[in-house]
Each structure stands twice: as structure tokens, then as C-alpha cells.
Design a binder for this molecule. Structure first.
Ligand code: ADP
Length: 444
């Protein structure tokens, strides 16, 4: 059933009003009709009541239809308006439409069909206009919202940039502080080590057993502290980009052999076997021997530190594309795959508590990672909790000297799913640790 339409007819001529009323009734339109005779009454009626359509005579006694339309529209009164024009009003129709009339109809054309048609199309046009206006309004609002959000984002971006800048400054200061402190502490520490070594020499007088024991402790603690200081100094220099590699040609198997010999006593003190295997046709490389030694010492100290029983192996092999690989394997406590990424970050350890069983600065792997990158190489890690760990260092036989840290490696998951630090952690974990990849002889 059609809805009853509330119609207002504004016309001072009784005959014309009757004509509209009877035409609409004959057309079968369900209407509730109100009638007023002048513009003033029309304005009051439209201000208080919502109509579905208004039929407005252009010639009103108090003012013309155009002025009334302008008045209504400027008062934000929204209603479909059909102007009924007389003879000679044709030239005004464009102005009426511009002012906000929905449609117009010459009084001479009033008939049930035309009036019903004009009424329906006026309501449709009006509804379409309202929808368009609403959509426009929503667009305007979302545009304004976007502008506001953009401004907020810009503000946040500025704040982040500012904080970034402050963080960079703080980080620089921290590196400088670390570098200065560790440098300044190394001088007295060297004196402590040097003088305790002198004291232990028999030609400077025989110490009692107890005295010798105390001096030895001073010496050992001094060496340990010096090692920690060196780590902090190296790290701060690496961070500041002030550490250069001093590359030369040397026999890599000799250097590795030397380190293994130096570390053997430490391993034996824990009843661990330390085995070495070199498989190189050409044993010469062009690299920084001091830094390569440092990498190996760090890996071996970790292997010894984190292994309670079993063996530690060091292996050196040729790789295609003129590269060599150094592998350090242990049967220690192992590392959970969720920790793979973190342990290569500075000051990060699997056990971060101060009561942890294994001492250390948490800088060793961070330094190794930076050094290996500077050498143009990569580290790979395989490990399983309770079974052991394997660190693989792949290096070009000849490094570019001096090298800048290269972060362009394609993926962490190179070399058949090994973990390789420094890339997106989400892609880098090796969830199932592939112990089977280890050669049978060295199976973890
Ligand atoms: P540090 O040894 O001084 O704690 P590192 O940077 O050398 O610092 O190592 C970071 C952490 O990685 C260690 O604290 C340990 O939790 C883990 N880790 C390193 N090497 C091994 C290993 N061979 N076996 C088990 N855990 C290891």
C-alpha cells in the first residue's frame, strides 16, 4: 500500500487550490493535504511541519515564489518544491530551479496524470538529492578526518624522528663512555697482570705457597677482567665503526691449531676432549689473523663454558667459490631455537638473571657477528637443547680490506635451513634442528 503523502498547497486562489486537490485525488494518490494562501503562512507551516511535497504558486499576494524559495533554502528547510507557474512565467523557471525548486508545472497543464507524475518525480529527485548531499557530507567528513589523522601522523613522525635523534645521541655517548672507560681501565689492569707475573718469577724472590696462590689468583682475575674490558672496547669500537681489519696472507690452519692448543688446557680442566680436523688443500687465506683468532677463541670459550661433558670439535674445510668454513661443535647444553636471534644481540644471554650459572658479558657473539660481516662472511647456527650446538663461520678466502659491514645477504635461511643471524627474525629460525646434517663422525 502506498504511503499517505503530506502535501502543502500554497496558493491564494481558491479555484487553483481546488484544481490541485481534485487532480491529486482523481489520480488516486493517498494524500493528507494542507493549504495556505500566502508566503508568510507557507513559511510558518514549513518551519513546523515536515511535508513530502509543496505545490507553490509563483504569484503570491505578499511576495513571489522565488523569494519564498530562497528564504526556505537559506533557512535550511528541505522539502521537494514544485512551482506552479502561470502564463508568461516561462523565463523565470531557470531561476526557480537554481534557487532550489525541485520542478515546475504550468497551471494550464494541471491534470491528474501530470500532477501525480510531477509529484512522484519531485519526491524521487528530492530523495536522490538528499542521498547525494548525505554522501557528499560523509565524504567531506571523512576527508576532514583523513586530514586530521594525517596531521596527527606527521606530528607523531616528527616526535619519533626527534626521539630517534635523541636515542642516536645517547647511543653515541654510551659507545664513547664504554670506549673511554674500558680503555682507561686497561692500563692499570695491564700493570696488575704484568706485576703479578713478575712476582711469580723465582728470580724476584721465593714466595710462600700461600703468597704464590694469592698472586696467581690476582693474575687470573686480572686476565679475566682484561678479557672483559677488551670485549667491551671491541664492541664499542665496532658500534662506532672505528674498528678496522688488518688483513694479511697467513696459514689459517696454523692459527687455528695454535688457538686449539691454547684452549686445550681449559677443556681438559673440565674433562672435555678438544678435537681438530683440517681439510684444506690450500691453507692460506687473506684475512685479519688477530680477529680470526678472536672469533675462534670466543666460539671455543663458549663451547667449553656451556659443555659439561663430551667433546668439542673444530673443523676447517674448503667450500666452493673460494671460501672456507670453520665449524665449532659441542655436546653442551644447546640453545632453544627461540633464542637463536637474541644471542647474537649485544648483552643478550639465554639466561639473563644475575644468578646465572655461566658468567659472561653477552658480547662475544655480537662481536663475532660484526667481525664476520666485516670479513664478508656469514655465521650459521644449529643447536638442540640438551644435545649440543654447532656454529659455522663461512668466509671468503680473501677478504676485501678494509671491509665495511655487509648486510646484503639474501636470507638467514641459507645453507639448507641453518640459522644465520642479522635478518628478519621471523624468517630466520630453523624450527626443526637438522642434526642429521652433521657428518656421522661428528654427530651431536
Ligand atoms: P657470553 O658467553 O658472554 O654470555 P655470548 O655473546 O658469547 O655471551 O653468548 C651469548 C649467549 O649465547 C650465551 O650467554 C649463551 O646463553 C648462548 N651460547 C653461546 N654459545 C653457546 C654454546 N656453545 N652453547 C650453549 N649456549 C651458547
Amino acid at each position: 500500500m502506498e504511503k499517505t503523502l503530506k502535501i502543502l498547497v500554497v496558493d491564494d486562489d481558491e479555484v487553483d487550490r481546488i484544481a490541485v486537490r481534485s487532480a491529486l485525488t482523481k489520480a488516486g494518490v493517498q494524500i493528507e493535504l494542507s493549504e495556505v494562501g500566502d508566503a508568510n503562512d507557507a513559511f510558518s507551516a514549513l518551519s513546523t511541519t515536515a511535508y513530502d511535497c509543496v505545490f507553490l504558486d509563483y504569484h503570491l499576494p505578499d511576495q513571489d515564489g522565488l523569494t519564498l524559495i530562497q528564504q526556505l533554502r537559506s533557512s535550511e528547510i528541505k522539502v521537494p518544491l514544485v512551482v506552479l507557474t502561470g502564463q508568461g512565467d516561462e523565463q523565470i523557471t531557470l531561476q526557480l530551479l537554481k534557487a532550489g525548486a525541485t520542478d515546475y508545472l504550468s497551471k494550464s497543464r494541471i491534470s491528474p496524470e501530470t500532477l501525480a507524475q510531477v509529484l512522484r518525480s519531485a519526491i524521487r529527485i528530492y530523495q536522490a538529492e538528499m542521498q547525494a548531499a548525505l554522501a557528499n557530507q560523509q565524504l567531506r567528513e571523512s576527508h576532514e578526518e583523513l586530514i586530521r589523522k594525517n596531521q596527527e601522523l606527521e606530528k607523531q613522525q616528527q616526535q619519533i624522528q626527534m626521539q630517534n635523534f635523541k636515542l642516536l645521541e645517547a647511543s653515541k655517548l654510551k659507545s664513547l663512555f664504554l670506549a673511554t672507560i674500558s680503555h682507561e681501565l686497561r692500563t692499570p689492569m695491564n700493570a696488575i697482570i704484568g706485576f703479578s707475573q713478575i712476582l711469580l718469577r723465582p728470580k724476584f724472590g721465593q714466595l710462600t705457597h700461600q703468597q704464590a696462590d694469592m698472586v696467581e689468583r690476582i693474575l687470573n682475575n686480572g686476565k679475566h677482567l682484561l678479557m672483559l674490558l677488551n670485549e667491551v672496547l671491541d664492541f664499542s669500537q665496532l658500534e662506532a665503526g672505528r674498528l678496522d681489519l688488518k688483513a694479511e696472507k697467513f696459514d689459517v690452519s696454523k692459527v687455528i691449531n695454535l688457538v686449539v692448543c691454547e684452549m686445550r688446557s681449559l677443556a681438559e680442566a673440565k674433562n672435555l676432549s678438544l678435537l681438530m680436523q683440517t681439510d684444506l688443500q690450500n691453507t692460506f687465506v687473506f684475512n685479519d689473523p688477530v680477529r680470526l683468532k678472536q672469533i675462534l677463541i670466543n666460539l671455543l670459550s663458549n663451547a667449553i663454558k656451556f659443555t659439561e661433558s663430551g667433546e668439542i670439535w673444530v673443523e676447517v674445510k674448503e667450500l666452493p667459490a673460494n671460501r672456507v668454513v670453520i665449524i665449532v661443535r659441542d655436546t653442551g647444553i644447546g640453545i632453544a631455537s627461540r633464542d637463536f636471534q637474541h644471542i647474537f644481540e649485544a648483552f643478550r644471554q639465554v639466561d639473563q638473571t644475575i644468578t646465572r650459572k655461566y658468567p659472561g658479558t653477552g658480547l662475544g657473539l655480537a662481536i663475532i657477528d660484526s667481525l664476520v660481516r666485516m670479513m664478508g662472511g656469514k655465521i650459521f647456527l644449529e643447536s638442540k637443547l640438551g644435545i649440543g650446538s654447532m656454529f659455522k663461520i663461512e668466509l671468503p678466502r680473501q677478504i676485501k680490506s678494509p671491509t665495511v659491514a655487509d648486510d646484503t645477504s639474501a636470507s638467514n635461511l641459507e645453507n639448507d635451513g641453518f640459522f644465520c643471524p642479522g635478518k628478519n627474525p621471523h624468517n630466520s629460525y630453523s624450527p626443526a634442528i637438522k642434526v642429521s646434517r652433521v657428518s656421522p663422525k661428528f654427530k651431536l
